[in-house]
Design a protein around this ligand. Structure first.
Ligand code: IPM
Ligand code: MN
Length: 362
């Protein structure tokens, strides 16, 4: 029995999640497992209905009690957060970042794969060339909120935003990357940082990477500065296999990587706690202006579902969920060549058509 918590969220989130659940129903029948789904109404709309201040955080977007309840599920499937009437930061901090920290989802796993038939802005690059995975540290770095601002709105204003890097945090991300490479038969792990300037935090990453890497003699180890990595994503993405990096660098390079793989309509991700509950979500946002129009590409959400199934299978040691995840990804790859373009409203298919097609292919 797969016990799934679902947060549709805002804007087009619930629409794309519905397509994911359609595919889940199909694959659970094909493979033969039961699914129990609990919908959690956590959204910007609920925040406003409960009297949340649209300009500054006032009440919980998601409460500790709700997060404790989420811990009892096998996985969380999230659509999108983001509301046009709520100031930036409130929902992001109040839901996404809070869940990542509270549930200790210390890995943000972002596969970058060009599916067949999907347009990439990189000239002459094919699906064989674009197939790598970014392991982003997800609970430290400049995301912890350490620091502050003194004398705001005066000429003496001073702000600090601390890059909190621990050996513990770097080590568990690095180990995850090497273990992932070993498990999936990938050959190389590249550490991405900025050790030429961030000598302290970069040093922690680099020394731990080299030390831990010795335990994986069959895997090639490499290091790139983050700025150079951005160039090479565009110039020779085929070089990359598994990358491991800190929180903010991972945030930035995975948006670039998402474009390389055809855009946010196809980019999937998972916030992973390998020994707890993980949360899977498409990288794209809530796209409020498209709400209810049935035009958003659900491939990213369905690919996130494939990740959810595989990771849950790995966690619980349940082979059938891994098979289900593989079946969903294969079905996606049967459907993408029949789609015209991957951008919203120009797919040659509606959001629900794509869900139907992938479910049928499963
Ligand atoms: C992401 C997003 C978030 C992040 C924002 C919404 C807080 O950009 O998941 O990459 O920076 O991690
Ligand atoms: Mn981001």
């Amino acid at each position: 029995m797969l016990n799934l918590a679902v947060i549709g969220g805002d804007g087009t989130g619930p629409e794309v999640v519905a397509e994911g659940l359609k595919v889940l129903e199909a694959v659970s029948k094909t493979i033969g497992f039961e699914v129990r789904i609990a919908h959690f109404n956590v959204s910007g709309d609920r925040y406003l209905e409960r009297g949340g201040d649209p300009e500054r955080p006032s009440i919980d977007v998601i409460s500790d009690e709700e997060l404790d309840e989420l811990k009892t599920f096998d996985a969380i499937f999230l659509g999108a957060v983001g509301h046009p009437d709520i100031a930036p930061g409130i929902l992001e901090k109040g839901l996404l970042l809070k869940a990542r920290f509270y549930l200790d989802q210390y890995i943000n796993l972002r596969p970058v794969k060009l599916y067949p038939g999907v347009w990439t802005p990189l000239k002459d690059k094919n699906p064989e060339d674009i197939d790598f995975v970014v392991v982003r540290e997800n609970t430290e770095g400049i995301y912890t909120g350490m620091g502050g601002v003194q004398y705001p709105d005066t000429p003496a204003e001073v702000s600090t935003q601390v890059n909190c890097t621990t050996a513990f945090g770097a080590e568990r991300a690095i180990r995850y990357a090497f273990e992932y490479a070993r498990r999936t038969g990938r050959q190389r792990v590249t550490l991405v940082h900025k050790t030429n300037v961030l000598t302290f935090a970069g040093g922690t990453w680099y020394r731990n990477f080299m030390r831990i890497g010795e335990e994986y003699p069959e895997i090639e180890k490499d290091y790139n500065h983050v700025d150079a990595c951005c160039m090479w994503f565009v110039k020779n993405p085929e070089y990359y296999d598994v990358l491991v990096t800190d929180n903010i660098f991972g945030d930035i390079i995975t948006d670039l990587a998402a474009m390389v793989q055809g855009g946010l309509g196809v980019a999937a991700g998972g916030n992973i706690n390998p020994s707890g509950v993980s949360m899977f979500e498409p990288m794209g946002g809530s796209a409020p202006k498209y709400t209810g129009k049935d035009v958003i590409n659900p491939v990213a959400t369905i690919a996130s579902l494939a990740m959810l199934l595989r990771e849950t299978g790995n966690n619980k040691g349940e082979e059938m969920y891994i098979q289900a995840g593989d079946a969903v990804e294969e079905a996606i790859m049967k459907v993408t060549p029949t789609m015209e373009s991957m951008s919203a409203g120009r797919m040659g298919m509606s959001c629900s058509d794509v869900g139907d097609a992938v479910a049928a292919a499963v």
